[in-house]
Design a protein around this ligand. Structure first.
Ligand SMILES: [Zn+2]
Length: 264
């Protein structure tokens, strides 16, 4: 499942087609990832429009075109964006291709948990403007985090970090990274966290999101060497702080790894 930084990485892939006009569209309009989108209008209106810019928020991307056209892309589990030559021939997993004179902008998604949305209008669509506040936004304050934890007092903090309306874009490995840095046990209930620990959680959530965007989102390079990230994937993983073995459990439905010595 792509997380914040991976989504930002893929968003920028289509920058290769910026300020260029769409000449032709190929799509698999009958597939479920176009549910709710007017695919006939998309195919009819898009040729002649120029790609003007794009933005990523959490796991959602918005592409802005001239002629008041907007395209939303959600990568789902296996979605990817790429750029191919203009004579590209789509395969069965390439569900949307925007052809330009020099490029083909491709959205592929083998498992089809992704989503393509289409909007016509002067203003950005409601499904975009209604998205929750980014963890890295200035308005995302320690008070907001504390209020959320108080509302979810009986929820494990690991599960709370995966609530997309509160921590948009934070996925499984990022949640483990945040908790390891904050020295909080993943199974700790939100209601038991003091104000000081909630503030630490807020600070580490912002740091992990910001650094992920600055590393993973640039060229898909891994986060810094001293991150927990590098240890969490293998059975032999060790805590970067104390070198001790990690523990594994399923919390909030997701595989969770943590250090039982420094996370309490
Ligand atoms: Zn440790």
């Amino acid at each position: 499942m792509p997380e914040l930084a991976e989504v930002e990485y893929y968003r920028k892939v289509w920058d290769g087609g910026l300020r260029r006009t769409i000449t032709r569209v190929a799509l698999h309009g009958e597939k479920r990832l176009f549910r709710g989108a007017d695919v006939a209008r998309l195919a009819e209106q898009m040729p002649g429009a120029k790609l003007l810019g794009s933005e990523a928020r959490a796991k959602q991307m918005l592409f802005r075109f001239s002629l008041d056209l907007w395209l939303g892309v959600h990568l789902g589990m296996t979605g990817k964006l790429r750029v191919e030559p203009p004579d590209f021939v789509p395969s069965r997993h390439d569900h949307l291709v925007l052809f330009q004179k020099r490029h083909a902008l491709v959205f592929s998604d083998p498992r089809m948990f992704g989503r393509v949305l289409f909007h016509e209008g002067r203003a950005a669509p409601a499904w975009w403007t209604a998205l929750p506040l980014a963890v890295t936004a200035p308005e995302f304050t320690p008070d907001l985090v504390q209020a959320f934890l108080a509302r979810r007092a009986r929820l494990a903090v690991k599960a709370a970090l995966l609530v997309q309306s509160a921590f948009p874009g934070v996925g499984n490995w990022m949640a483990d990274e945040i908790l390891w840095r904050a020295k909080i046990a993943p199974a700790a209930l939100c209601g038991t966290l003091t104000k000081a620990r909630a503030a630490t959680l807020w600070r580490e959530a912002r740091e992990v999101c910001a650094v992920s965007l600055a590393t993973v989102a640039v060229d898909f390079s891994d986060p810094p060497d001293d991150w927990f990230y590098h240890q969490r994937w293998t059975a032999t993983g060790r805590c970067p702080r104390d070198g001790g073995p990690l523990r594994t459990a399923t919390i909030g439905g997701r595989t969770t790894r943590w250090c039982p010595r420094c996370q309490r």
